[in-house]
Design a protein around this ligand. Structure first.
Ligand code: MN
Length: 285
């Protein structure tokens, strides 16, 4: 199942070039009072709601996907987790360029660990990227992203994939410079997730997906998740050894080589096998 959010917070099932509105399914979600839980309520209840969503989808009129403004498929993630330098050729690219490393020490991911991006940086493909710091180099990074479906703490790699709700394309937009990664990668709109969530049952092996990114029609990044240093299972094992993963937490798995600057007016097209393609426009903030 391909689940999208669009317009003013509506929920849809993607069916080819069309979306079927299933927003009514949200009425079945538990209602909370303050303080709110630190997980995404829809993702936490997705399996329970799935038959209801599918029944509503069969009755709904299809709307053309191209007419809709796509939002982040996860509305309220508790954490945006990201893997630095998780492809060997990207590690070599960063170590080889002062514009990329800025004299920061770039250790391998097993030493560097993971970092967090602000949840306020998250947008969907239809919302676009609003660049701040126009005097600084800002790069695209295309990444396989996955969404946690079940609470996970101290999970071994053998059981890890059972904790995934689904997969998306992620863009980890990055200002280059000497500051901490979490600062440079957390301005509003610098985490793009989309175009929709593909549930995990449609992607049995996340370790063999082609991914690509072009800017204004020019290919910049092309690789395969087979080249990830830590794959999805290893990332869940590693992350859940440090903190509890909750439904709706998003993990950006890292970018392959080919990162390059983006500017207002650019159009990014990113695609991953088995997920789809998304177009994201870049503007000045
Ligand atoms: Mn990244």
């Amino acid at each position: 199942m391909r689940l999208c959010r669009f317009g003013n917070g509506r929920l849809g099932v993607v069916d080819g070039d069309a979306v079927r509105d299933v927003t009514a399914a949200l009425e079945a979600l538990p209602v909370y009072r303050h303080p709110l839980p630190c997980f995404d309520v829809l993702i936490a209840n997705l399996e329970t709601l799935r038959p209801h969503i599918q029944a509503l989808s069969r009755q709904a009129q299809p709307q053309p996907l191209a007419d809709l403004k796509l939002l982040s498929p996860v509305a309220n993630p508790g954490k945006l987790i990201a893997a630095p330098v998780n492809y060997q050729r990207h590690l070599e690219e960063v170590r080889g360029s002062a514009d990329l490393h800025h004299d920061n020490l770039i250790p391998v991911i097993q030493r560097a660990g993971l970092f967090l991006k602000a949840t306020s940086s998250l947008v969907g493909a239809g919302e676009g990227i609003a660049l701040r710091k126009l005097d600084r180099r800002t790069d695209h990074e295309v990444e396989l992203a996955f969404v946690i479906g079940k609470q996970a703490s101290h999970v071994g790699r053998g059981d890890a994939l059972a904790h995934v709700a689904g997969y998306c394309i992620g863009l980890d937009i990055t200002i280059r410079g000497p500051e901490e990664r979490s600062l440079r990668k957390s301005p509003d709109s610098y985490s793009v997730l989309g175009p929709w969530l593909v549930t995990a049952d449609e992607i049995p092996d996340p370790g063999a997906l082609q991914l690509a990114l072009s800017v204004n029609g020019q290919i910049r990044q092309r690789s395969s998740t087979a080249d990830l240093i830590l794959g999805v299972s290893e990332l869940i094992e590693y992350a859940s050894s440090f903190y509890t993963l909750y439904p709706g937490d998003v993990v950006f798995t890292g970018t392959p080589e080919g990162v390059s600057p983006i500017h207002p007016g650019d159009v990014i097209v990113a695609s991953i096998d088995g997920i789809g393609t998304m177009e994201v426009k870049v503007r000045a903030a």
